[in-house]
Ligand binder design. Structure first.
Ligand SMILES: [Zn+2]
Length: 443
């Protein structure tokens, strides 16, 4: 070593290692803490000169080993000066401490690397990270998306996400000494501003019965793409996410169970007519029962159609009157209900039998030795629902996709071989058909 920098002198002079070389220490004390040029070194006593020339690097290395990072950082100013090398314009300083002598230096990020510390980078990152936590103690809370029961309108939600990302970036940049803490503080204010707007929105709307619940979004995500409920809801989903509030034009499109239950509740509260009685089953489906010709008949309600037609009344809370219920209901297909329904129909003596599982109705054709098989049952019931007249149904049979005549003799001959005939529910035994005792009572 021919010369020594001011930094070298600082490190050496404040170490305990130098005590092994008394003359060297005295030499520094006499000349002061400064850079020693070859000329200075040349002027020293021979013994000092040879120490420096032969062992200077080794002594310096041994001295450096005495220093460690003291886990403290300064970052508030933009123009720090390194106490070892005198470098200015630094945005952060790290504290280096001699483990033996206790001497401390505030140094820049490049001088701290001199000390051969393992992972010096992550040490300083951690120190800055800790400094960051002191400046912005609510950071974790700020970057967490709030868990809410109602949907945060998407413009607010996106703004929050964007500002959180910016705060996260600012932190990263600060920890890597690429930005000042003021940048992070500014970003924190922005996040807070949006969070306050969201709090305000939540305060105003949490009790709003038309605020879109977050469970609707979860429900929508879980539905398979082929589910018709999803297809229906998809039309209005973007708007609901954007505004967070239902409007009368889209209140009916979402059939998420709780929302649907809410609509059903409102509907039954607002519906005043006593002709129809509405109720739900265990799965939450809406049913209507009514008495036709003294028989109580149960109908399954097409909820989407019904709510769509009355969404205006639902949203403003007006009473609901139904002039014609037929478009919204379908007969509930259970054996008892079909019996009751057929009993309510005119000319029902013509109905020989029906089958739910095989989906048909057998009608006696007067003056012919034939039975008319009308399928599918659901369509036949639908037509009957409109006019309650079996003779009319037989006349309008072309509207039903599959209708065929069967000779009574054919039915008698095949009743034991054709399962659908054997298991049909006989409604009115007709002349010309042979009934086994059990067949008559299979209802
Ligand atoms: Zn320095």
């Amino acid at each position: 070593m021919q010369s020594l920098t001011k930094k070298n002198i600082n490190i050496i002079f404040y170490s305990s290692e130098i005590d092994k070389y008394k003359g060297f220490k005295e030499f520094i004390r006499a000349n002061g803490i400064k850079a020693y040029s070859p000329h200075h070194v040349e002027a020293a006593d021979d013994s000092i000169k040879s120490y420096i020339r032969q062992y200077g690097s080794d002594i310096l290395n041994n001295c450096k080993k005495e220093y460690t990072f003291a886990n403290q950082v300064r970052h508030k100013e933009q123009d720090y000066k390194c106490e070892l090398c005198g470098h200015t314009g630094l945005s952060a300083l790290y504290l280096i401490k001699n483990k033996i002598t206790g001497k401390e230096f505030w140094v820049g990020s490049s001088c701290i690397q001199e000390f051969g510390l393992d992972k010096v980078k992550s040490y300083t990152n951690v120190a800055l990270e800790m400094a960051f936590s002191q400046e912005i103690p609510d950071y974790d809370e700020l970057i967490t998306i709030p868990d809410t029961t109602i949907v945060i309108p998407s413009p607010l939600y996106s703004e929050l996400k964007k500002r959180i990302t910016e705060l996260e970036k600012a932190k990263k940049s600060f920890v890597n000494e690429k930005s000042h803490i003021s940048e992070s503080i500014k970003r924190r204010e922005k996040v807070l501003e949006t969070r306050n707007k969201i709090d305000e929105y939540l305060k105003d709307n949490t009790d709003n019965k038309w605020a879109v619940k977050t469970e609707v979004i979860e429900w929508y995500k879980r539905l398979s793409d082929t589910n018709t409920d999803k297809t229906t809801a998809s039309v209005v989903m973007d708007r609901l996410l954007y505004t967070g509030i239902y409007e009368k034009s889209n209140v009916s499109e979402v059939l998420e169970p709780n929302h649907k239950a809410h609509l059903i509740q409102l509907f039954t509260d607002q519906y005043r007519d006593t002709r129809y009685k509405f109720s739900t089953d265990q799965s939450g489906y809406l049913f209507m029962s009514t008495v036709i010709n003294k028989k109580s008949i149960v109908f399954k309600v097409d909820e989407l159609k019904l709510f769509r037609n009355y969404q205006n009344e639902l949203i403003i809370g007006e009473s609901i009157q139904i002039d014609d219920i037929k478009p919204y209901v379908n007969i509930s297909v259970t054996i008892d209900n079909i019996y009751n329904f057929l009993e309510s129909c005119t000319d029902n003596h013509l109905v020989e039998s029906f089958s739910i599982t095989n989906d048909f109705l057998l009608i006696d054709v007067p003056n012919e030795r034939k039975l008319l098989k009308v399928e599918p049952l659901s369509q036949a019931l639908d037509i009957l629902k409109l006019n309650n007249n079996i003779t009319d149904l037989a006349k309008n049979v072309s509207k039903v996709s599959n209708a065929r005549h069967y000779k009574k003799s054919y039915i008698n001959k095949n009743v034991n071989e054709v399962p659908s005939l054997k298991t049909r529910h006989v409604f009115t035994p007709v002349e010309g058909i042979h009934y086994e005792a059990n067949e008559l009572f299979n209802q």
